[in-house]
Design a protein around this ligand. Structure first.
Ligand code: KG4
Ligand code: ZN
Length: 371
């Protein structure tokens, strides 16, 4: 089965090819134009997706050494995300599917993030159930994953997402966009204990998250400092702010494990690229004997490899979308009907019970560029 994956939900135009559950190529073209405005401008994003989608798909097919006629299915993100941006990928997918008479499968972007953990080996039935912490720019969710396409939501952010806390915090600190990598870089060498920021929801019996109070607390803290103090103390403030986000995520995960009795955890989404989060998780997993997984760095943020893999798994299970599929900017995994467990066994040569943790480095078949 040869699946082309397409992703255009926000500001990355991406295409990837998965052959029988193995990643063959992945091309991501970002849109630096948004950095000028300090955030993604939807209209600009749509126009750049239109410009990039054909060459990005051509490059992904060429890198995989195939032509479009070799494809057996197309997977495409249809939500959540920016409506105008999603439409570009979905319409392209529909046109290609119709012209080549191929099945099409709509993929939830957040489900795609989860599959970035399994690009080097698909899960087996022994992998389930596990907890998945999805931390992106727009969502912070804690899921119990019981099988392919079987998700139970344990908790979610009541206000800002963790990535949003990084992005808004970076803006307050006068750092660049996107805020996560900017805060991570600014925090290097800073003292994470230098400011006692709140740990939202810490100790709560539920698994929900909250980050808007933390951002407000940063705002008030900065208001109390003069311009030169702000500049001089910036790395310490960034380190303390980052630590508060990481502490809060770990506390909520701990509560998820307590409530479910599980000991396997997947982290996914843009924030899972954060080095401080990873090192704290590593230490915790080591001391508590937890099975922990996060995606290789280049697949934490938006890409189409994860969409192609999620689509491959669904197509294999007999799941299909109709050509009248529409984008859904507010799509939620919780609303998607569970797949029939009898049809989702993946026991094949590329399967493994639990992914080994990546050790940095870039996949040679991955292409990244800025548009
Ligand atoms: O998953 P993603 O690429 O896009 C969405 O689906 O939203 O996530 C983007 C988010 C942004 O908020 C960005 O600031 C954050 O992920 N992010 C990071 C890091 N890299 C990206 N946050 C913390 N540390 C990072 N290294
Ligand atoms: Zn994403």
């Amino acid at each position: 089965m040869i699946v082309l994956g397409l992703e255009s939900s926000c500001d990355e135009t991406a295409a990837a090819v998965v052959v029988d559950g193995s990643l063959r190529s992945s091309i991501v073209v970002g849109q630096m134009d948004h950095a000028l405005y300090g955030g993604v401008v939807p209209e600009v994003a749509s126009r750049l997706h239109e410009r990039h989608i054909v060459p990005v798909v051509d490059r992904a097919l060429a890198a995989a050494g195939i032509s479009s006629r070799d494809l057996t299915g197309i997977a495409v993100t249809y939500g959540p995300g920016l409506a105008g941006a999603l439409v570009v990928g979905l319409n392209f997918a529909k046109g290609l599917a119709q012209s080549l008479d191929l099945p099409i499968i709509g993929v939830d972007h957040m489900e795609g993030h989860l599959w970035a953990n399994f690009l080097q080996g698909l899960p087996t039935t022994d992998s389930y159930p596990y907890l998945c912490l999805l931390v992106s720019g727009g969502h912070t969710h804690l899921w119990q994953v019981n099988g392919v396409g079987q998700y139970a939501l344990l908790g979610r952010s009541l206000d800002d997402a963790a990535g949003e806390a990084f992005d808004k915090g970076a803006r307050l600190l006068g750092l660049g966009y996107p805020g996560g990598p900017a805060i991570e870089a600014a925090a290097r060498g800073g003292d994470p204990q230098s400011v006692d920021f709140p740990r939202p929801m810490k100790g709560s019996k539920k698994c929900d998250f909250s980050f808007s109070g933390l951002k407000t607390s940063l705002y008030h803290y900065l208001q109390g400092l003069g311009e030169s103090d702000r500049r001089e103390r910036r790395r310490h403030i960034a380190a303390a702010y980052q630590e508060a986000i990481v502490d809060s995520l770990l506390d909520r995960l701990r509560q998820g494990l307590r409530l479910t009795g599980l000991s396997r955890i997947c982290i996914a989404g843009g924030v899972s690229a954060n080095a401080r989060l990873r090192s704290r998780l590593d230490a915790w997993a080591e001391s508590e004997n937890l099975a922990l997984s996060y995606p290789p760095l280049e697949f934490c943020t938006d890409n189409a490899a994860m969409i192609a893999m999620a689509g491959y798994v669904r197509l294999r299970a007999g799941d299909r979308s109709c050509l009248d599929l529409e984008v859904n900017p507010n799509l939620s995994l919780a609303d998607r009907a569970p797949l029939d467990p009898g049809r989702t066994r993946l026991g094949e040569s590329v399967a493994q019970p639990w992914p080994s943790r990546p050790r940095g480095g870039r996949a040679s078949r991955q292409g990244h560029a800025q548009g």
